[in-house]
Design a protein around this ligand. Structure first.
Ligand SMILES: [Cu+2]
Length: 226
């Protein structure tokens, strides 16, 4: 990724690079447009500045030559918009509408103001004896797709991982599937990204990405008694 994009949090997601590329494109488009508009404005300000003997005229914009100052930029903005859609569409489809095959499904339930992280246990089924719940701790192995099922007990929340380039609203009454695959072990923030009440700013979980051996060790410790 480009140097000036480094202010973004470190990307540790398989699809993060594709999302960053769309963000970069949006920056290029808006930056170029920003300087172009300001440049034209600045030029006209100087070129047509107040001078003795020159009266200001009222332009109604009814003639096509005048309206073109609006119509041409509108057309260009539309084309740029479609360009962004064209680049962003496939990324959206990959991240939001497909689900890679995986054995690991974790249920994340949001509530004011905590994250309940539920693992199905060795039998892989929810609602059985060996389920284990952890508050505000999401443990996953590196290099494996992880499927999440997102639920809420009260209001709308949003699970956000800046490092994974992952963000998904959670709506009460729905079980929303989502996925990610982490590429680097570490501990990363998981804040709530939807204003959900007075404790919203403190509603934060941690994502622990483990190496495969470390993850297995963690699993063995948690389910040692079952
Ligand atoms: Cu919240």
């Amino acid at each position: 990724m480009l140097n000036w994009m480094r202010w973004l949090p470190e990307n540790v997601s398989t699809y993060g690079g594709e999302i960053d590329a769309v963000i970069a494109l949006i920056y290029y488009v808006t930056l170029a447009w920003f300087f172009l508009t300001l440049g034209v404005f600045g030029f006209f300000l100087i070129r047509y500045r107040r001078r003795d003997g020159r009266r200001a005229t009222y332009v109604a914009g009814e003639r096509l030559r005048e309206a073109a100052w609006i119509l041409v930029p509108v057309a260009v903005v539309l084309v740029l918009d479609f360009w962004i859609d064209l680049r962003g569409g496939p990324v959206w489809a990959k991240v939001k509408t497909t689900m890679p095959p995986t054995e690991l499904t974790i249920q994340v339930t949001a509530k004011q103001f905590n994250w309940e992280i539920l693992y199905p246990g060795p039998d892989g089924k929810f609602g059985t004896e060996d389920d284990r719940q952890f508050d505000n701790e999401l443990h996953v192995p590196v290099g494996k797709p992880v499927r999440l099922v997102l639920k809420s007990k009260d209001v709308i929340h949003s699970l956000f991982s800046p490092n994974l380039r992952f963000k998904q609203d959670i709506v009460p009454g729905r079980a929303i599937p989502a996925w990610f695959e982490a590429t680097k072990p570490g501990k990363y923030e998981l804040p709530c990204a939807e204003l959900c009440g007075f404790g919203h700013s403190g509603m934060k979980a941690w994502l622990y990405v483990h190496s495969p051996e470390e993850y297995q060790k963690w699993v063995n410790e948690q389910w040692a008694s079952s």
